[in-house]
Design a protein around this ligand. Structure first.
Ligand SMILES: [Zn+2]
Length: 175
């Protein structure tokens, strides 16, 4: 079921369904090439694609390199700024942002967040630890950041299940 921190706008939701479904499809290629299993894209207010990137933690040996963080960094480099606020950008991501990526999004100035699979489902399917995020939709609303979640969840869950059954790395810390 779709969740949001604003009254659901069908136009925004339909656009997000289209983009996230395409990202889930494209994610399969990234997984085959050794990245993923998450993919994010940032668009501007005129629907121009500004940046797109998959998770590259394993391939680049960096724990920060989640899809959202990689995409935000690429967008900031493309626009030559650390503050994206004035560009009215939207981020689309194949799964709910983790504790780190929520921070990254908050610090970037992105205005709208759209995600696929919920963290609860990601954790159930893959075993990744998405962190603790109390009331984050409300907290983002307080900061003027719109959030829509659980978009095209079925497609997203299938891709994550494929990632797990294909024997790819579920990276975890040796706690
Ligand atoms: Zn993350």
């Amino acid at each position: 079921m779709i969740i949001s921190n604003e009254k659901i706008d069908t136009r925004k939701l339909q656009k997000a369904e289209k983009i996230i479904t395409a990202l889930q499809h494209e994610l399969k290629t990234h997984i085959k090439e050794g990245s993923g299993p998450f993919l994010a894209a940032i668009y501007d207010e005129n629907d121009n694609l500004i940046a797109k990137a998959a998770n590259s933690v394993v391939s680049q040996k960096c724990s920060h390199n989640h899809a959202e963080m990689n995409t935000i960094k690429a967008a900031e480099q493309a626009l030559n700024t650390y503050d994206l606020s004035s560009y009215n950008l939207r981020i689309y991501v194949t799964a709910e942002p983790c504790i780190m990526c929520l921070g990254g999004i908050m610090w970037s100035g992105i205005k709208e967040v759209y995600y696929g699979v919920s963290s609860k489902k990601v954790e159930e399917i893959t075993g990744f630890d998405e962190g603790f995020k109390p009331d984050w939709l409300e907290e983002f609303a307080r900061r003027g950041i719109t959030v829509y979640g659980q978009i095209a969840e079925h497609e997203g869950e299938e891709v994550l299940k494929e990632y797990v059954t294909s024997g790819k790395t579920i990276y975890k810390l040796e706690r």
